[in-house]
Design a protein. Structure first.
Length: 160
């Protein structure tokens, strides 16, 4: 079931899109060997026609197979965007392309799914990895020391 909505139908009533988008159609290139998509994209979306835009809201879900960056173990993870909302303009520079009264939502779904992919997949948050390593440096986050004073500085500005 493609993620396509017919604007003529939308003029009459909201449209519910529910089903599975095949992996091949979602075509989510993770750019990462540690993360693979292993399921179709399950979606349940309501599309509303507003004055000059489309409002899409609902949920998106798929399964990932990840490899832990620390211990290299493979594990499965659900990636879910719920609620997911998206406002697509029908006019102006960023307008959604409409072909034969139909708008394809796939690129927008793909884009938001990509942003949610794990950057450094871990089998569990405190995975210790394959073996003990003396990585005292890795524990230090570095930025923290600078972050706190600047946060206070921002607060001071607000007080003024
Ligand atoms: Zn691990």
């Amino acid at each position: 079931m493609p993620l396509i909505v017919n604007l003529r139908h939308l003029e009459e009533h909201d449209v519910l899109l529910r089903g599975e988008l095949p992996l091949a159609e979602l075509d989510l290139d993770t750019h990462d060997e540690l993360v693979r998509v292993t399921s179709p994209l399950w979606h349940e979306l309501t599309v509303q026609l507003l004055e000059d835009s489309l409002l899409i809201s609902g949920s998106l879900r798929l399964k990932l197979e990840c490899q832990c960056v620390r211990c290299l173990k493979s594990f499965e993870r659900d990636l879910e965007l719920n609620p997911w909302t998206c406002l697509l303009p029908l006019e102006g520079e960023d307008q959604v392309p409409v072909v034969n009264d139909c708008a394809d939502l796939t690129p927008y779904v793909r884009e938001d799914m990509l942003l949610e992919l794990p950057q450094h997949p871990l089998c569990k948050p405190d995975c210790r990895g394959l073996e003990k390593t003396k990585t005292g440096k890795a524990q230090k986050t570095g930025g923290t020391d600078e972050l706190i004073p600047s946060a206070w500085a921002e607060l001071d500005k607000l007080k003024l």
